[in-house]
Design a binder for this molecule. Structure first.
Ligand code: ADP
Ligand code: MG
Ligand code: ZN
Length: 626
């Protein structure tokens, strides 16, 4: 079992002071000196006076004699140990010198052909052993930091124009509209997201208006959606509209080579932001630092955790009343640390979903403005053909079409170019499993209408409010939304049974229309939910005659996924399984028969959904009764 980990922010431990790094460098230099540079440089050469030299001769310490012919010098060397030499040097030989020389010559232990030791130049040795290594380190350091800067710029550079790098944080700052050149008009569709962000921009323009009422704006706004749906584009548009300083940084830039850099960067970023308030701070790809922290274990990514902790601490620290608004974007919200999503942190989530039919049309138009189009072009038809495509893919389609036109030596993009590139881009994307084919789309439409119809045809189910076959971030290809009227926290047995039947409605429709052999994997989530409900009905809610109000399961921990464990014997467990399967089978049969009796409506509604991609509950009911 897991234990609950406190995910609250704790301030990072103080950063190791710079002196620490200097000391390490010093030690390395010393080691290098000892290893690389031979002792010669360090050998201490001491000249001794004549009488001391005589003592040395007497004690037999003189081992070598060297003659320097150039300046007619005799040098007597008395080696003491490896690192120090004592020498007597003379040019003018004292009277008894000749005798002494004879005496030394006859001594077999004295080597007369030695080389004259040169006193190591103290300046040179200092340079070689200290200055040079320090320079060496400086150069390496400089090269490294340049390399990293380059990498950073490359990561941030793409498209964000020529903003200047600001301060140590490496965040880019945009102040004027012209900085990004992108406005909300460049973002097609995504009306809800734009609405939400416009409010933020408005707040920054006129904070007084909000303060008068006592409204507090969210501290953090998280843009969530699949790749290529325009999250980064939206943030740029905010920068373009805001007329306030806009700090932008990408999450991956925080995760750097050196320990403590990420946290320091966060601190620095917020410091600047506070000075420049009102302003916007945008963290793109926040999942790079905001991933769930490890639950224990060795070798967790300490650096990333420190950075995340620092971010959490800073978010708590700043006062949104002051006018610092934090924006972030991610396409993996589920991987974010829950602490980031708590109230007071990123308390507003702005979904940036894949565009629907109208959205796709609008995106096509935005991008068509940038190329020469030969009218007429049937955008409606192109938008229909690209169900499930993201904004980035649509932009790519227009660009591919333009490339094709150039290839064929034309000046304008035609409908045929666009159709062709839809095919190449979709075929490419289909391999990546990102888009749905026409056939799949049809199946999904029947599946969703199956759910909705079964719900509508039973008296105990919640009304359908929305049906869509636009793929979702979660990976679902479509969904049917039902919302209960009023606040409901209790469910009756009839309602649970109706819900199970509704869940089986999707698969039932597939079977009815396409045949049993053509049922798809699309019902996996339905199956899971239906099974859970059926099981809970028996084991937890006491809704069967056979077991009455006997608890057969206990929930272990409500907050950790609500794992339930059986509290009954093996035989009972087998019986429960049997009853679960029976309950589901009955519901499935009921759903199938309901649909069979209303096959007309099923087909009519599915065609309509296929055409519209999203329909409201009212539209659905109107058509059902028509
Ligand atoms: P994300 O950050 O969500 O992965 P981007 O913002 O980087 O996606 O989008 C990539 C490109 O796709 C944009 O530069 C733009 O050309 C195009 N695009 C995406 N969504 C839209 C949209 N709603 N309107 C216009 N263009 C879009
Ligand atoms: Mg992006
Ligand atoms: Zn379903």
């Amino acid at each position: 079992m897991q234990e609950i980990k406190d995910t609250d922010a704790k301030p990072t431990p103080p950063k190791k002071p710079l002196i620490f790094y200097y000391i390490i460098a010093m030690i390395v230099v010393m080691l290098l000196n000892a290893l690389l540079f031979p002792s010669v440089l360090e050998r201490q050469v001491t000249e001794v006076p004549y009488n001391e030299f005589l003592d040395m001769v007497d004690e037999g310490q003189v081992t070598e004699v060297a003659l320097s012919e150039a300046d007619e010098q005799l040098v007597f060397i008395a080696g003491e140990d490896e690192n120090s030499l004592r020498i007597y040097k003379t040019g003018i030989w004292p009277d008894d010198g000749q005798r002494l020389l004879q005496q030394l010559r006859s001594d077999p232990n004295i080597d007369f052909s030695a080389e004259i030791p040169t006193q190591a130049n103290p300046l040179l040795s200092f340079i070689v052993s200290w200055v040079f290594p320090i320079f060496f380190f400086l150069i390496i350091g400089e090269l490294l930091s340049r390399f990293m800067m380059k990498r950073m710029n490359k990561q941030m550079g793409g498209g964000f124009g020529n903003a200047m790098t600001f301060g140590k944080s490496g965040a880019k700052i945009y102040v004027e509209e012209s900085a990004t050149g992108v406005t909300f008009a460049d973002v097609a569709g995504q009306e809800e997201a734009k609405e939400s962000l416009k409010e933020v921009v408005d707040f920054l323009h006129e904070p007084g208006k909000y303060a008068d009422i006592g409204a507090r704006l969210p501290k953090g706004v998280l843009l969530v959606g699949p790749p290529g749906t325009g999250k980064t584009l939206l943030a740029k548009a905010v920068a373009g509209e805001a007329h306030v300083p806009f700090f932008s940084i990408s999450g991956s830039e925080f995760v750097e080579m050196f320990v403590g850099m990420g946290a320091a960067k966060v601190r620095d970023l917020f410091k600047q932001a506070n000075e420049k308030a009102p302003c916007i701070v945008f963290i793109d790809e926040i999942d790079a630092i905001g991933k769930k922290r490890d639950t224990g274990g060795l070798g967790g990514n300490d650096e990333r955790e420190q950075t995340l902790n620092q971010l959490l601490a800073e978010m708590d620290g700043f006062d949104s009343g002051k006018g610092v608004v934090l924006l972030a974007a991610t396409n993996r919200p589920e991987s974010l640390d829950p602490a980031l999503l708590r109230p007071g942190r990123f308390d507003r989530r702005v979904p940036v979903e894949l565009p629907d039919l109208n959205g796709r049309k609008a995106i096509f138009r935005v991008h068509a403005r940038k190329v020469h189009i030969q009218e007429p072009v049937d955008w409606d038809m192109l938008a229909r053909a690209t169900a499930g495509a993201s904004g980035a893919e649509l932009a790519n389609i227009v660009n591919e079409a333009a490339l094709r036109a150039v290839r064929l030596g034309r000046q304008q993009v035609t409908q045929a170019d666009l159709e062709e590139s839809v095919e190449t881009v979709i075929a490419g994307a289909q391999r990546k499993n990102a888009m749905i084919s026409a056939e799949e789309k049809k199946i999904v439409a029947y599946h969703e209408i199956g759910h909705a119809l079964v719900a509508a045809l039973q008296s105990h189910s919640a009304p359908v409010t929305k049906i869509t076959i636009i793929p979702r971030t979660s990976g679902a290809l479509g969904y049917t939304m039902q919302v209960d009227e009023g606040n409901k926290s209790l469910m009756s047995r009839a309602e649970i049974l109706a819900r199970i039947a509704t869940l089986t409605g999707g698969r039932s429709a597939e079977e009815l229309i396409f045949g049993k052999d053509n049922m798809t994997t699309g019902a996996s989530n339905d199956i899971e939910q239906a099974t859970k409900l059926a099981r809970a009905m028996i084991t937890r809610y006491g809704m069967t005659d056979e077991f009455d109000m006997m608890a057969l399961e206990t929930v272990q921990n409500q907050y950790l996924g609500g794992d339930a464990s059986l509290t009954c014997g093996a035989q009972t467990a087998a019986r429960i399984d049997e009853m679960v399967s029976q309950t589901i089978r009955q519901a499935h049969e009921k759903a199938y028969n309901l649909l069979k009796d209303h096959e007309d409506q099923l087909r009519r509604l599915s065609d309509y959904l296929l055409e519209r991609e999203t329909i409201t509950g009212e539209e659905f009911m109107k058509l059902l009764q028509a």
